[in-house]
Design a protein. Structure first.
Length: 172
């Protein structure tokens, strides 16, 4: 079933509301005619969606036959709503090998990169180039999340403090 963009916006919003209302890990902080605020239970991160920018909503199934929604916006951006998470594309960042990142990432992926970075900063076997790669992959996921509307100032502060601590203690 494909929900066409020619349907009234209220129909597109209703399909999102129905999906999120029935999901295990997503909930609404607020839902109105002009804005939906969808929160992920796993990390408390939320996404504000201007309902007037929704272009189409496409029900899909993953390889395990689990239903998810692909939400396309009029500006060309997309998000994936699953049972538990909101997925998005990582941002293209400098000369990174983007094939090393999944095509769809989530905000919990940021924690994984922070953990790898923390471990790498204190491992004398890890090169500065490897640490720089991890920082850039983190930034790619972070910028992708911010591009679709997540507020990740806390993660920016966390990584800045981690890197400043590493520089001030001379560990590298």
């Amino acid at each position: 079933m494909k929900i066409q963009k020619c349907e009234p916006a209220s129909s597109l919003v209703k399909s999102i509301v129905n999906f999120v209302s029935q999901s295990r890990g997503l909930r609404f902080l607020e839902s109105g005619t002009d804005e939906l605020i969808i929160c992920q239970s796993v990390d408390g991160k939320y996404l504000k969606v201007n309902t007037n920018t929704i272009n189409e909503v496409l029900p899909r199934k993953d390889s395990n036959e689990e239903l998810f929604l692909q939400v396309n916006f009029s500006d060309g951006k997309k998000v994936i709503l699953t049972e538990n998470l909101i997925g998005f594309k990582p941002a293209i960042y400098s000369d990174l090998d983007m094939n090393r990142l999944p095509k769809v990432v989530t905000t919990p992926d940021l924690i994984s990169f922070i953990e790898v970075l923390e471990d790498s900063l204190y491992d004398t076997e890890v090169s500065m180039d490897e640490i720089e790669d991890v920082k850039q992959y983190f930034e790619s996921v972070l910028m992708g999340a911010e591009a679709i509307g997540f507020n990740l100032i806390c993660e920016r502060i966390w990584i800045a403090r981690l890197l400043n601590h590493q520089i001030s203690t001379g560990n590298s």
